[in-house]
Design a protein around this ligand. Structure first.
Ligand SMILES: *Cc1c(COP(=O)(O)O)cnc(C)c1O
Length: 307
């Protein structure tokens, strides 16, 4: 078991920001960087740690309960952090994997997590107040964290990520699923963009890459996290790169990821980062970015999910 300070020392923070020079069409006309949140920790997925970082402060939770699917990067990161810090953790998992636990669930078991499999009907109630009240009675000391770690506190962790970026940039690109990561980036950029006289300059813009089919729905998720702010950083979500839906990975995407992993020093996987980098490659070829644009691609991690 580690103290919070010891645990935090095991993280690579600030995460590296590296120049990225692929030989892709159009890539020579812009400056690309990768913010390597995948490098924060070898076990925990980068953006899931960011979203949880403000849960683990000096007043550590006495116990933690959270929700996710059988391959969830969030449960994986949370289970690991709780194990390291000696905090009892209960994972409520959608579906019954008891006969064939996924690699993620096997890790949780090794980390002494308590695992509860629930059916889809029960899982659907994960946001309902009556169900959450029942859980509070069963786990009176526990902090209950929503699916994906996506809660208001998560935005703070994402703001820390943006604050680490010391260079000037025009665009930051991130994959989007529950929207909290993009919302945290936008709220950080609201501050960074600032107001000049009466004008709000949206110098730094955010582009989300939807990893699931959800035009309109994903924007709603992001907006729900954003305070009504008079001056909003310009952001939008691209919806042409979900490849058929969440975790759908046709062979062209698999091949892209394999080629990428062979060619570059960093690795991607098809659920999140593969779609984000594919999108960047495609947008470069289409000339979406003005010449000279400085583009930061956020590598959110998630390589465990690919197992
Ligand atoms: C969960 C996850 C995302 C999506 O983040 P949201 O805040 O849910 O939009 C992106 N990348 C990885 C690796 C993830 O695990």
């Amino acid at each position: 078991m580690l103290s919070l300070d010891e645990f935090k020392t095991s993280l690579t923070l600030p995460s590296p920001l590296i120049p990225f020079k692929p030989n892709w069409e159009g890539a020579d006309k812009v400056l690309l960087y990768v913010k390597r949140d995948d490098a924060i920790h070898p076990v925990m997925s980068g953006n899931k740690w960011r979203k949880l970082s403000h849960v683990f402060t000096s007043s550590l939770p006495k116990a933690v309960v959270s929700f996710g699917g059988g391959f969830s990067n969030h449960l994986h990161a949370l289970g690991f952090a709780c194990y390291q810090l000696g905090i009892p953790f209960t994972a409520i998992i959608r579906g019954d994997y008891s006969a064939a636990p996924s690699p993620m669930i096997k890790d949780l078991m090794q980390w002494n997590s308590c695992i509860e499999y629930v059916n889809r009907v029960t899982y659907k109630k994960r946001g309902d107040s009556a169900y959450l009240n029942e859980l509070k009675l069963r786990f009176p000391d526990a902090v209950i964290i929503p699916e994906g770690g996506s809660q208001a506190l998560a935005l703070r962790g994402m703001r820390d990520m943006v604050d680490e970026i010391e260079i000037d940039f025009d665009f930051i690109v991130t994959p989007v699923a529950s929207g909290a990561t993009l919302a945290g980036i936008v709220s950080a950029l609201n501050k960074r963009n600032g107001k000049v006289g009466t004008d709000f300059r949206s110098i730094h813009k955010a582009i989300g890459i939807g990893v699931l089919k959800g035009e309109g729905y994903l924007e709603g998720l992001v907006e729900q996290f954003l305070p009504a702010f008079q001056y909003q950083t310009s952001w939008h979500i691209e919806h042409s790169y979900h490849f058929g839906g969440y975790a759908k990975a046709p062979s062209e995407l698999q091949t892209f990821c394999n080629d990428f992993n062979n060619a570059f020093e960093l690795d991607i996987e098809p659920v999140y980062s593969g779609k984000a980098f594919w999108a960047v490659k495609d947008m470069l070829a289409k000339g979406v970015f003005e010449d000279g644009s400085r583009i930061v691609v956020l590598h959110t991690g998630g390589l465990q999910g690919a197992r």
